[in-house]
Design a protein around this ligand. Sequence first.
Ligand SMILES: [Fe+2]
Length: 273
Amino acid sequence: MKILSISEQPSWCLPFLNAGKGPGGFYRETLPVQTGLVDRLPEGLDALIATADLQGRETFESACGGPLLLLGEVLPQILVDEILPSLGIEAQRAGVVLAGDLYTVPALDKRGGSGDVTPVWQAFGREFQWVTGVAGNHDTFGNLDRPASRMGKNIHYLDGEEVELSGLRIAGISGIVGNPRRRQRKTDQQFVASLEKCIHDDLDILVMHDGPGIPEQGLKGSALIRMTVDALPPKLIIRGHAHWDTARATLPGGTDVLNVDGRVVILQANGKK
Ligand SMILES: [Fe+2]
């Protein structure tokens, strides 16, 4: 599966509330939804949907007076009701990749809060054929760093593991490089060891929250991950954590990097609509 193109302009912009600094500091923002083409998708799959860094909550209009749900809790239904039909995509024929950081505090008064993202994973799991991905540095599952048990029969959390879904071999590494005494961090050595364990010739997608930087193109990311994947290039990395103006870049070794920080990308096979 090779990415051929990603639309530069979003096809949809979904309103949500972003946390501000202090009480009442929240503000309205939009989540861009972009479409893209890959050379082929496996039999049984109409689309692959990837997203990360959904650090916001639904709008007051959408909550209808109830508590504000996480953006990622309401996004699956919005995709199913308002977006996928116009692309000819059936939700049960779509797989979802979540690349982490899906939480925002309920009062929207603090940026970068950490909390339980299990309801987000489960909301995607209810609508789509399968869901896989990794934790971001702000994600917990209950109060744990990784789910204590399976979040659903079609939900596959990855941290140093690989899963085969619709014939796609997908591996994932949760968290970021940092001080392992802090939540969702791995030392340099641990992260490199996990990359070396996960990457092999038959791997289709490597999902990470952090990912390689491409400083020569002004794109932020980890120098350590870059050095490792330059030596051991996977075919496709799906990542979040650092915002890029562009959704896609290619490393010199040929690795395609899809950055879905604060955006949704819907990939369909070329020639299918
Ligand atoms: Fe992050």
